[in-house]
Design a protein around this ligand. Structure first.
Ligand SMILES: [Zn+2]
Ligand SMILES: [Zn+2]
Ligand SMILES: [Zn+2]
Length: 241
């Protein structure tokens, strides 16, 4: 089932369509980063204006919500199954697409991952954001049953897309993929499945040991010089051995 936007997961734990941010009173065509309360909610994590805001649709703080604006194509790769490539050049920093799917609570995300067999592809992505005061915000998005073009993107250890959680209506983020470099037409698009992004420290090393002997791990065919040989693995979704 295709959906350009995230939907509430079957467990009903998180509703990404609910609007809880109050919106700004700015009457300007485009909000100013200095006076707009939406902009001042914080730079990282990123926030956009929403339907409650009085600014125009052309406001500079409305990017991810406009959806896919570049031409992409799903194609069959040599070793990696389906992939996505650009049909046009994409400049660094451009919003490319969202990773849309069911937004799940932790329990349901764990349940689904445990139900997977070695043949199943895991599309569930776990994004962890470290916010002030040591708090960690976790978001789980599963495009297995409902999703968009994002689920066809392959992993690369040297990706040309970077995933950034962007908030529009509520604290439930949209997982937005931006070009991490200038991308030429015909180039395959990929991102780092581990959900790491530039403003976060890399995953804790303690997970490594348990990772090594896990039979469900899948080889990585990204072909980059820094390839880790296996696809990233999120130990938190599995029962500890
Ligand atoms: Zn605005
Ligand atoms: Zn505003
Ligand atoms: Zn606003």
């Amino acid at each position: 089932q295709y959906s350009p936007d995230c939907v509430r997961g079957a467990d009903g734990a998180v509703d990404p369509t609910e609007v809880t941010f109050p919106g700004c009173p700015c009457r300007a065509r485009s909000c100013s980063p200095h006076s707009c309360p939406c902009a001042r909610r914080g730079a990282a994590p990123l926030f956009e204006c929403n339907a409650m805001c009085r600014c125009s649709d052309g406001c500079g703080k409305r990017v991810v919500q406009r959806g896919l604006r570049v031409r992409l194509q799903v194609f069959l790769t040599d070793k990696k199954g389906w992939g996505v490539r650009a049909l046009q050049p994409i400049a660094e920093g451009t919003f490319v697409c969202e990773y849309a799917g069911e937004v799940l609570g932790l329990d349901e995300a764990r349940r689904r991952v445990r139900a997977q067999t070695a043949q199943d592809n895991n599309y569930i992505i776990a994004v962890r954001e470290h916010v002030h005061g040591g708090q960690v915000l976790e978001t789980f998005v599963d495009p297995t049953y409902v999703g968009n073009v994002g689920r066809f993107l392959n992993h690369s250890c040297e990706p040309n897309l970077v995933m950034v959680p962007v908030r529009v209506d509520s604290m439930v983020p949209k997982l937005a993929l931006f070009a991490a470099a200038d991308i030429s037409a015909g180039e395959e698009l990929c991102y780092d499945y581990s959900g790491r992004f530039r403003n976060l420290p890399p995953n804790e090393g303690e997970q490594k040991a348990a990772e090594e002997d896990n039979v469900l791990r899948k080889p990585c065919f990204c072909g980059s010089p820094t390839c880790a040989a296996f696809l990233p693995w999120d130990g938190s979704l599995f029962p500890s051995a």
